[in-house]
Write a protein that binds this ligand. Structure first.
Ligand SMILES: *Cc1c(COP(=O)(O)O)cnc(C)c1O
Length: 485
């Protein structure tokens, strides 16, 4: 399997070659040169597999430079009932991603029963295992540098904690996360986890990561890697649960199933697109946004217009508060038939004007034929959906999942089976649940008293130079450039 950049001006790479990197050197995103295809007989066989076995099958299609038995071992160690048993007490943890029917034709795929109670654990835990595996093999080290507004940072820290060869330096905006999210990250006491509480906003944190990784000399010397949502291994690991959800929702492979996905950076739903390219009988891919409707706008109008910080709403489904969707370029590359010059031109236009419009191009028809539908939701919709799902099925869903369920109900066609992806558990977003239902949501036992545990973080200024020195000192890298912090 060869990986190529969407912009066509970077060398081809293997799976392990792109495992630790973010963007391709030409500024594009890596994609498999061709999607692997799963034949009908294979699909029938996959239906019978456990989650870990299925994960090994899917990953083997993308990571053909990792020996098969090693992949199997890593998947077996990752997808256990213990790691994915932090969720609802009545969930079947042995299933890893159990399906629950909310109503006729409307299912909920539980993806948030991992250690941080959000779907990001599904892929991030495997990424941690893969990193430790290659670092151990090469006797190497990797220092993950990231910025988080909440869910990604904690998923990364819980996936990497205690792993050999790895350190995590996570920048978070001081005082701007929920008490639960903050406690989840800062209560970790592992020696390889460094929480940096930045005196600034999430955008400041992200800019600092860009500035530090933009210093290529420093990046190489400090062996800096990323785990953001453009990481291909994360996308590949997310493909697995589309297969699992499809099998759980059907009795045979003649049926089609649509998926509804609360979306931000387009990573989760893009994995559904990949599953369909591989031959999974996916009906529609239904994209749900909150008030930050960049993507809903695109699928309705053909115009992709990114927003700036002032135009990005702070909402009650904060993990979807995005101004541009970092994985979207991969989908557009597929739509233009992998014409790298066309991708370059569109992103050049995006950089220059903040938008591009596919309507006057032949590509708009292809978008319309690509099986996507979309909708958006507001704060009032979320509250109403949380209430009605609780009333009708007894299940309490989180505000992000509520965005999905709202749109799925609105767009569902007669006879259509829609599986909604559950992207977080309600315990993570207590304030909105209290507003909707008047009661505090049940909290998984492992998180009782979380906010009372001792917290560990280092307060740092919004200054990339300071962060570089901080890192250099912690990893034992000699620098010239003033006193260490
Ligand atoms: C990350 C996240 C999303 C958005 O997923 P994308 O892959 O960025 O589209 C939605 N909901 C929750 C709870 C998340 O943590």
């Amino acid at each position: 399997m060869k990986y190529v950049s969407t912009r066509g001006r970077a060398p081809e790479e293997s799976f392990l070659g792109i495992l630790r990197s973010g963007l391709a050197p030409d500024g594009g995103l890596y994609l498999p040169a061709r999607y692997p295809h799963v034949a009908a007989a294979e699909l029938a066989r996959w239906r019978l597999l456990s989650y870990a076995e299925l994960a090994a099958e899917v990953m083997a299609r993308f990571a053909d430079d990792v020996p098969r038995e090693d992949l199997e071992r890593l998947c077996q160690a990752t997808y256990t009932a213990q790691t994915y048993g932090y969720g609802r007490p009545d969930s079947d943890a042995a299933q890893i991603a159990p399906l629950r029917w909310l109503a006729d034709g409307l299912g909920l795929l539980e993806l948030s029963n991992g250690p941080t109670l959000a779907f990001k654990d599904m892929a991030m835990q495997l990424l941690g295992a893969l990193f430790e595996y290659v670092l151990g093999r090469d006797a190497a080290e990797l220092n993950i540098l990231g910025a988080t507004s909440g869910d990604t940072g904690s998923a990364a820290e819980y996936a990497m904690r205690g792993r050999r060869g790895l350190r995590v330096f996570m920048l978070s905006p001081q005082g701007r996360m929920s008490a639960f999210q903050r406690a989840q990250m800062y209560s970790l006491a592992d020696a390889n986890i460094f929480n940096l509480a930045v005196d600034g906003t999430f955008d400041d944190c992200q800019d600092m990561v860009k500035a530090v990784s933009g210093d290529l000399g420093f990046k190489a010397a400090a062996r800096i890697g990323t785990v953001n949502s453009i990481n291909w291994a994360r996308v590949a690991a997310q493909v697995v649960y589309y297969f699992r959800g499809y099998f759980a929702a059907t009795a045979s492979d003649d049926e089609t199933v649509s998926f509804c996905v609360p979306s931000g950076n387009f990573g989760n739903i893009f994995a559904g697109w990949v599953a369909r390219q591989m031959g999974l009988p996916v009906g529609r891919l239904i994209l749900a946004t909150n008030e930050n409707n960049v993507l809903d706008d695109f699928f309705r109008s053909g115009r992709y217009r990114v927003r700036d910080a002032q135009e990005t709403h702070i909402t009650s489904s904060p993990s979807m508060d995005i101004s541009k969707a970092s994985n979207f370029e991969r989908y557009v590359a597929d739509i233009v038939g992998r014409d790298a010059a066309a991708v370059r031109e569109l992103w050049w236009e995006l950089d220059a004007r903040g938008e591009f419009d596919l309507r006057p191009t032949p590509f708009w028809r292809r978008v319309q034929d690509s099986g996507f539908a979309s909708g958006h939701s507001t704060h009032a919709d979320r509250l109403a959906t949380i209430r009605s799902v609780q009333r009708d099925s007894g299940v309490v869903i989180d505000p992000h999942t509520a965005d999905g369920v709202k749109v799925a109900r609105e767009l569902r066609q007669p006879g259509e089976k829609i599986v909604c992806l559950e992207t977080a558990l309600p315990a993570k977003f207590e304030a909105t649940i209290v507003e909707a239902l008047g009661v505090v949501p049940a909290r998984p036992a492992a998180y009782a008293g979380l906010e009372d545990r001792p917290q560990h973080c280092h307060a740092v200024p919004a200054d990339a130079v300071f962060v570089k020195r901080y890192l250099a000192e912690r990893i034992g890298l000699a620098t010239t450039g003033g006193p260490a912090p």
